[in-house]
Ligand binder design. Structure first.
Ligand code: FAD
Ligand code: EPU
Length: 288
């Protein structure tokens, strides 16, 4: 029994990853900040929506924290103290809140700033950790402040205290995004919907199979080719390693054909690194 009554279960992480790969770990289903403080008292990893993860077939030795209950709920009431004429600042949104459902609610309320992230199957905490986004907008476009938990304690920061950028929040590894406040702007439901549709249309070429999204970040700094185009030009679409395949639809996506292993995915990542002439930075998080 844990001191704070956290539910702990040993389960395969393949159940919690969009790739459908990953061995067993001890999962801590954390619902309160007290439980979170207990959970970080021994080596841990924090799991979000599992949509950017390649977890080893052996699993991981650390406890795996999953935020749920109140830490997966959103208080979208504007905070009268923090909101201004232009900015609507919400109450706390738990790090475990599923991003797609949150965006749907914001659309219904006609609240703008985050709709460019539509289609990202993340939790809020994981999306903030990566500063997930598309060319239509990113998480840091709609954040007011973040609560971060570590074994040393809890701190609240604002985005301008972090060195964030493309697919990078600047949050030190190991710090858990327990809750955030959103910074939104008043719009109308149809206008938010129109911008969501635009961002969604840009996904038409992405595969609908089990995948952790784009494998590599797009090289930055030089106006030029993205990772997908580079992998495509290397002639690698459709390449298979076991039950994993470089998607014939979009070359920066690795898909699970059914029964793929982490080793299969690593095999494809090695092939890409060897055959693409430009150095590419991995976007996936590899566990361990
Ligand atoms: P996870 O995959 O569970 O974890 C990823 C990392 O975040 C890990 O290091 C984990 O420890 C850390 N983390 C998770 N939760 C927290 C937390 N509460 N506090 C601190 N760290 C945490 N990404 C984009 O940027 N743009 C896209 O357009 C996009 N499209 C995608 C489409 C598909 C179909 C899929 C499957 C993925 C896509 N992705 C995209 C990738 C992925 O959704 C993002 O990287 C997302 O940010 C991962 O969030 P997650 O909650 O699933 O995190
Ligand atoms: N392209 C190819 N071959 C391919 C794939 C793409 O030639 O196999 C070409 C396309 O024709 C297009 C260009 O490359 O001219 C860009 O492709 P796309 O519009 O699909 O965008 P991307 O740069 O590959 C980025 C993000 C996605 C995000 C989309 C939509 C990265 C690494 N990827 O993809 O994010 O959804 O834009 O905004 O930044 C993710 O990060 O996991 C992810 C899916």
């Amino acid at each position: 029994m844990t001191q704070t009554g956290v539910r702990v279960e040993r389960q395969p992480l393949s159940r919690y990853t969009t790739l459908g790969v990953g061995g067993e770990a001890e999962i801590w289903f954390v619902e309160t900040l007290d439980q979170l403080r207990e959970a970080v008292s021994a080596p841990y990893r924090i799991l979000g929506g599992g949509s950017n993860l390649v977890v080893a077939d052996e699993g991981v030795p650390e406890r795996v924290i999953r935020l749920c209950g109140p830490l997966a709920k959103a208080d979208l009431e504007p905070d009268p103290q923090l909101s201004t004429a232009g900015d609507i600042v919400t109450g706390w949104v738990g790090g475990g809140t599923p991003l797609p459902g949150l965006l749907r609610k914001l659309q219904g309320l006609g609240l703008s700033n985050l709709e460019g992230t539509v289609g990202i199957p993340a939790q809020v905490g994981g999306a903030v950790w990566m500063n997930a986004g598309t060319r239509f907008g990113e998480m840091f476009g709609g954040l007011h402040s973040l609560e971060l938990v570590t074994p040393q304690g809890t701190r609240t920061v604002t985005p301008d205290e972090l060195d964030w950028g493309y697919r990078n929040s600047g949050i030190p590894r190991g710090e858990i995004v327990s809750r955030v406040r959103l910074r939104l702007r008043a719009s109308t439901p149809p206008d938010v919907q129109a911008r969501m549709t635009l961002a969604d249309d840009a996904r038409k070429g992405q595969p609908k199979m089990k995948t952790p999204g784009c494998a590599f970040k797009n090289p930055q700094g030089v106006a030029g080719k993205g990772a997908g185009r580079l992998i495509d030009e290397a002639g690698l679409k459709g390449t298979r390693c076991g039950q994993a395949m470089i998607s014939p639809e979009h070359a920066n996506f690795i898909v699970n054909l059914g029964g793929a292993t982490a080793a299969d995915v690593h095999g494809l990542l090695d092939i890409i690194r060897r055959q693409v002439p430009v150095p590419l930075e991995l976007e996936y998080e590899l566990w361990p």
